[in-house]
Design a protein around this ligand. Sequence first.
Ligand code: FAD
Ligand code: DHB
Length: 391
Amino acid sequence: MKRKVQVGIIGAGPAGLLLAHLLHRQGISAAIVEGRTREAIEGTIRAGVLEQWTVDLLIALGLGERLKREAHFHDGITLRFNRASHHLDFPALTGGKRVTVYAQHEVIKDLVAALLEKDPEAIRFGVRGVKPRDFDGDHPAIETEEGRIECDFIAGCDGFHGPSRQAIPAQHLRCYETVYPFGWLGILAKAPPSHHELIYARHDRGFALLSTRSPEVQRLYIQCDPADDLAEWSDDRIWNELRQRLETDEDWRLTEGPIFQKNIVAMRSFVCETMRWGRLFLAGDAAHIVPPTGAKGLNLAAADVVVLARALESYYRTGGTGLLDSYADTCLKRIWRGERFSWYMTTLLHKNDAEEDFVQRIHMADLDYVASSEAAQRALAENYVGLPMEV
Ligand code: FAD
Ligand code: DHB
């Protein structure tokens, strides 16, 4: 394990891995300590949608070869409600932008392989007892059961439950949160795509989302109770719900097949505005969580580390701390916009029995408005494909 680097990174998720690549490009030494095994991080099924600028960045970094071959490039999404479909044409609405469906664990595999090729010691997997230390002084370190890594700065890219945010004194944390009374049951099914793009459906029985992974595999989600036991969700029950929630008067049928992966995730919105404490910088899910409906989580994590890498590059080149000092403020502008959009898509599309009937009628009117107004479609599309990002 490396004992001294310029930037010590905790966590080999999208944020930590992308940061390591950006720093490597700038000639800044970095090392990642990851709590899980390589197999575990490369096998965890999570997000699927990449914004246009995220894809452009991966390609510019030389990390997009497999993505270019295997990803699905989508020109829009369909909103479905009241048994009818409404297509949003992203290139027409956004001046040519699209979105890319490429599973998060495929991104992870590409980033890990390329990083280890550049520097076989860049990532240490399965490390226990990881803690950021002494970051309120000039000589921070990452403590682990295998020893200490001395560094100039620590990047806490260790997700929502990681040790970095928790290491900041609680009285200094400024956090905002809302928890939703529903979750998503996600499945992978061996069945050819039912549609060439994503379908987001609002139905009286709850939300449903049709996505894809490959010509043989579909990714689907349904709104459920976050406390549900997966054992209560037989394959038959899942397909039955999906059929009803995605029903339409059009000539369309859901293709079905064996389900080989199921999981339930709870949903919350969370922002920790204290993204920097001394020489510790939080990035990605360590600082903020969005509900998955707007497909923003991974993209927001990537945006944070672009800002952080630029600030570190400026520090090492000029000795100036201006960009490090403005890191949180710069990131929080985009984060709050991502939070707003994810909250909007979530409340718009989910059935929340705690809401008054009046509010539920407002959501239907909102959907109707999006379906019929080009201005409303443009606003949704602009956020979905990703707000402008300077890379
Ligand atoms: P993470 O991906 O969480 O990576 C953090 C890394 O830090 C992990 O590898 C972890 O093992 C490591 N770590 C944690 N603790 C320690 C420790 N003590 N020591 C060392 N390492 C540690 N977003 C979407 O847009 N669509 C989705 O469908 C979607 N589904 C999701 C499902 C789940 C179950 C979760 C948790 C998130 C989902 N997200 C989704 C969000 C998206 O996956 C995240 O926003 C994205 O992974 C954030 O990347 P990150 O690098 O900040 O954090
Ligand atoms: C997927 C995940 C999302 O959160 C979303 O909004 C769209 C698609 C997916 O996993 O494919």
